[in-house]
Write a protein that binds this ligand. Structure first.
Ligand code: ZN
Length: 140
């Protein structure tokens, strides 16, 4: 049985506007604060009032300008470390002789993926947390 449920936003309106630094776009934007009255619905019939909710929205990307959306370097390094045993198993693990042909494709795809992961980890762009840091020129 298919059940339609979710949250419906009533009387959505812009309540405030402020110039903030969007952490996703990495630029200064005129963010909008939207207020709505939310209700949980079942089969599009509003049933449970959830109250008033205010959210900030970046007009450029549609995300919350205060939310961090990029992967941190620590997580990338962790993924590199966790990926090494997996890569070793693909290259040096014992496989069935009839799978030898397809294993070369798997080895190629995962090795290229791992090299791309290493590249983005090594050349990781540091996360800019405020507008001032984003506009600063690197010193010679
Ligand atoms: Zn944005």
């Amino acid at each position: 049985m298919l059940i339609f449920y979710g949250i419906h936003e009533f009387s959505k309106k812009v309540t405030d506007k402020a110039q903030v630094f969007c952490k996703t776009c990495q630029t200064k934007v005129d963010a909008l604060e939207q207020q709505s009255f939310n209700m949980a619905h079942l089969f599009f019939i509003p049933l449970i009032p959830l109250g008033t909710k205010k959210v900030w929205i970046c007009p450029e990307c549609g995300q919350d300008p205060h939310c961090r959306t990029r992967t941190s370097r620590a997580k990338k390094i962790l993924l590199c470390i966790l990926g090494l045993p997996f890569l070793a198993a693909i290259w040096f693990g014992e496989g069935k002789p009839e799978d030898a042909g397809s294993m070369w494709g798997v080895r190629a795809v995962f090795t290229i993926g791992y090299l791309i992961l290493l590249y983005v980890t090594i050349y990781h762009q540091p996360f800019v947390d405020s507008e001032d840091e984003g506009n600063s020129e690197p010193s010679a």
